[in-house]
Design a protein around this ligand. Sequence first.
Ligand SMILES: [Ca+2]
Ligand SMILES: [Ca+2]
Length: 121
Amino acid sequence: MNPNWGDETSTADDPMLDIDNTSGYGPETMVIPEPVDGIYAVVVHYFYDHGGGDAPATVVITLNEDNQRTYGPRTLTNEQYWVVTGINVVDGVAEFTSAPDSSYLFDESPTLSRTIPRKRR
Ligand SMILES: [Ca+2]
Ligand SMILES: [Ca+2]
């Protein structure tokens, strides 16, 4: 829920999940207050359906506190991964890397380097 990314002495560049809702419909909220520069992938994993079958997922992303997009609802099957979008952070400013309707479903953990273009060095 609270991995230490980027600067090990700072928590401002870490993703923070408010609640890991394992039994209900959410919502769950994740925030990265001051992300370090780089490419990020937003991925939803339908971890386990508890026998409940397919379920719709909706993702709302807000960048820089004012640039908001909503993805879905998208129907997910047990254990599927939904690669929602990439986010590119340059000089502390975040932008979406892909069009709102370009997302992918995978039945196994996706190789993100092949789905999200990496920043050229
Ligand atoms: Ca950190
Ligand atoms: Ca969860």
